[in-house]
Every structure is written in structure tokens, then in C-alpha cells.
Write a protein that binds this ligand. Structure first.
Ligand code: AMP
Length: 420
């Protein structure tokens, strides 16, 4: 497989798919440029080689073609600042204007294309279908957009000599610029960017080359949204800590009294099944034993501690209690591979964030002692940032949905397109 480090971009044009889907405020100022910074090493390597860079990305979810608020022109000045050099922009993604701009690119120059999702062909989903469209009309529209997607992809590919995918955030999508385009490049001319390389390696360390014991900590509010992940992890881990709001579905399923705590009553059977499966597979499934309970869903509510199976009627559990923190920390500190997704409680409320903080701190300690730790998929990233622990873990993933699909065991089209 080709790598960025082994490729000399001198005199070549590279189409680099990045994830510059950054949040913008009402004045079109970037409020968080993490995703842009994450792609800089890749862009700088190509520039330093003397290659020219064609940057492709999406921004937001345009559903009806070009819209000013989704234009990538808003990020050009900031990219130029980050790279310390001028950056060109063309207000389209394919067509004559783009071809001319690309033809005029000199070595070391950077050109940003307009939002790829201004074309329905990027995602390959039909647009503008009437609400009452028949199944036949829907099928015909889908067929039409798939056909024109081929032309769109081919034209994008024809702009460049090499294809670099550095957009892990969209690796779970089989879109034109994230996966399909790779077919138009020979194996030696397509590769991951540095960010994507790091993400892929991190995922491999928790899904393939596992150093044991392997502990996964799955938090979050609902069992129903994490079933696939939990089931896949039961085939991989030694310890599975299930925490957050999911705790109380398990506690009730086991016959406990959970007061007003969050619970999915239609998943009680599933919770028992998962407990059985864990036993069958020899996985140590760890649940909280105590909770910090509140008399209202508020940071300022009155609080006390209670066993997870004996919560008074008008109270609800908003975080784990001190005994559980100790149990979790003990398991985590004895692990060599750790995956963390989802908080232990309502970490957004400071008074209910201690459990998540304790998990984060135990992971940092295990990491110091040589464990590999991967944090990712939404709220746990917010947690490690909130507690200032991001530098103490091995890797914080940038891809929410993509990481979750990877740990569900799915093959990501953006990765497969390069790895073959
Ligand atoms: P998810 O989006 O499923 O990963 O869940 C994350 C959310 O679960 C966070 O916003 C937490 O506030 C919430 N959460 C975690 N524990 C609890 C709990 N005990 N009660 C209510 N919400 C919770």
C-alpha cells in the first residue's frame, strides 16, 4: 500500500479529501478549527515536496445545491493563515472554471474547491423528490443520480495525479470523493493522509492487534443506540464496562428499583440477553453498583448516594457513585488496551461529572503504565477535553460516526478504497 511518506509529490497535483466541516457562527467565523489543524501535516508535506494541492471537502448538509452559508470560501482565509501562504479558491467543484484553475496551479500552491455536497452526485442521493413520489419515481431518481455520480467522480479524479484521503470523519460514507474516486487511481497513486493513517492504526489496535487485557468502557444514555457496538465488543474484549444511562435498564432488568432514572423498558429483555452472552463468551461485564442520585434533572438538585438497585421513587441516578468509580478504575488500571466511548453520567452538569472524570483519570494512569488508550465517538471526547486529559491518552479520535461504525465491526468504505 502506498504511503504519504513514500510518495514524492514534486511536480504532481494531488486531490486531497479533507474534513473541513467546521462549525461557523452567524458571521461565518470558524468557531472551532480542530478539523482544519488536523489536516495541516498532510497539506504541508505535499507543499514541501513541491506538489500542488487541490483541497476537496464538504461543509454542513446542503440539500438543495449551492447556498452561501455552506460555501467553503468562508474557510479560505483561515486556511491561508494556518499554512502561512496564499490559498486559492474556485467557486465550483467540477467544470471548466475548475479545470482552468487546476491547470494554472504551480508547485507548492493550494486550491480549495467549492463544497462537494453542492452536487447531489457527491453523496449519490437524489434531491428534490416530491414528498408524494412513488416508489418507481424514487427508484428512477436514484438510478439517475448514481449514473451521473460516475461522471462527477471521473471528472474530479481527472484533476489530479494522486489521491490522498485525510477525511476520517467521512470514512464511513461511500461518497464520490471519499471512496469512489479511488478507483480512478493506480494503487501507487492513492494513499491515506497522516490523520487518516493515525486513525486507522488506532482502530486496528482495538479491533485487530489487541494487547490484553482489553477493556472497553461504553457509556451514554441508551442501550438501543449501542447494541451493535456492545455485541461486537463482546467478541473482542476481556472486560466490558457498561455505564451511563444504560446502567438503569440493566439494573431494572435484574429486578432492581431505579426510581425515575432513565430506562428503556422495551429493552429489559435485551439487557438480560447481553448479560448471558457476556457470561457465555467469558467477558467480565462490569456494571455500576452505586449511583449519585438527584431529586431533579438539574445541576443544583439535592443529591445523595444509593445502590443502583435501590433508588427511591422520586429520585433519578445522574452519575455513578464512589464504589463504582473504584471498581471501574481498578479494571481500567489493570488493562493494556482501553477503548472509551460515552460518559458515566450527565457530565455536562459539573455536580454529576465525577464518575466520567474518574474514568478519564484511570485511563490516563493506565496509559502512563504502557496501555494503549483510544477515546472517541462524541461525548467522551468532550469529557477528556473538559477535564484536560486529552494529552494523557494515546489517541483521541476525530471521527464520531466513523469510529462508532468501525467499532461496530463494519468495514469503512473510505478505508477499503485505499487498502483494497
Ligand atoms: P449518547 O449520546 O448515547 O452517547 O449519550 C450521552 C449522553 O448521555 C450525555 O449527554 C449524558 O448527559 C447522558 N447520560 C449519561 N448518563 C445519564 C444518566 N444517568 N441519566 C440521563 N442521561 C445520562
Amino acid at each position: 500500500m502506498q504511503t504519504l511518506d513514500n510518495f514524492n509529490f514534486a511536480g504532481k497535483k494531488a486531490f486531497v479529501r479533507v474534513d473541513f466541516n467546521v462549525p461557523l457562527d452567524e458571521n461565518m467565523n470558524i468557531t472551532d478549527d480542530t478539523r482544519m489543524r488536523a489536516a495541516l501535516p498532510t497539506l504541508k508535506k505535499i507543499i514541501a515536496d513541491g506538489g500542488s494541492v487541490i483541497v476537496g471537502s464538504h461543509l454542513g448538509r446542503p440539500k438543495k445545491g449551492p447556498e452561501d452559508k455552506f460555501s467553503l470560501k468562508h474557510i479560505v482565509a483561515h486556511l491561508s493563515e494556518l499554512l502561512g501562504q496564499p490559498v486559492k479558491f474556485v467557486g465550483d467543484s467540477i467544470g471548466d472554471e475548475v479545470k482552468a484553475a487546476v491547470a494554472g496551479l504551480k508547485p507548492g500552491e493550494v486550491l480549495v474547491l467549492e463544497n462537494l455536497r453542492f452536487y447531489a452526485e457527491e453523496e449519490g442521493k437524489p434531491r428534490g423528490l416530491a414528498e408524494d413520489a412513488t416508489d418507481e419515481e424514487k427508484a428512477a431518481a436514484k438510478k439517475a443520480v448514481k449514473a451521473s455520480q460516475k461522471e462527477f467522480t471521473k471528472e474530479l479524479a481527472s484533476l489530479a495525479d494522486a489521491y490522498v484521503n485525510d477525511a476520517f470523519g467521512t470514512a464511513h460514507r461511500a461518497h464520490a470523493s471519499t471512496a469512489l474516486i479511488a478507483d480512478y487511481f493506480a494503487p501507487e497513486n492513492k494513499m491515506f493522509g497522516y490523520l487518516m493513517e493515525k486513525e486507522v492504526k488506532a482502530v486496528e489496535k482495538v479491533m485487530k492487534d489487541i494487547n490484553r487485557p482489553f477493556t472497553a468502557i461504553m457509556g451514554g444514555s441508551k442501550v438501543s443506540s449501542k447494541i451493535e457496538i456492545i455485541e461486537n465488543l463482546l467478541n473482542k474484549v476481556d472486560n466490558l464496562i457498561i455505564t451511563g444511562g444504560m446502567t438503569y435498564t440493566f439494573a431494572k432488568a435484574k429486578g432492581g428499583k431505579i426510581g425515575k432514572s432513565i430506562c428503556e423498558d422495551d429493552r429489559l429483555g435485551l439487557a438480560l440477553e447481553l448479560l448471558d452472552k457476556a457470561k457465555e463468551k467469558g467477558v467480565n461485564l462490569v456494571l455500576a453498583v452505586d449511583a449519585k442520585i438527584a431529586d431533579a434533572f438539574s445541576n443544583d438538585a439535592n443529591t445523595q448516594y444509593a445502590p443502583v438497585n435501590d433508588i427511591p421513587d422520586d429520585w433519578e441516578a445522574l452519575d455513578i457513585g464512589p464504589k463504582s468509580m473504584e471498581i471501574f478504575a481498578d479494571v481500567i488500571k489493570n488493562s493494556k488496551t482501553i477503548l472509551w466511548n460515552g460518559p458515566t453520567g450527565v457530565f455536562e452538569f459539573d455536580n454529576f461529572s465525577n464518575g466520567s472524570r474518574a474514568v478519564g483519570e484511570a485511563i490516563v494512569e493506565a496509559t502512563k503504565n504502557g496501555a494503549f488508550s483510544l477515546v472517541g465517538g462524541g461525548d467522551s471526547v468532550a469529557c477528556v477535553n473538559k477535564f484536560g486529559l486529552a494529552n494523557g491518552v494515546s489517541y483521541v479520535s476525530t471521527g464520531g460516526g466513523a469510529l462508532l461504525e468501525a467499532i461496530e465491526g463494519k468495514e469503512l468504505p473510505g478505508i477499503k478504497a485505499i487498502q483494497g
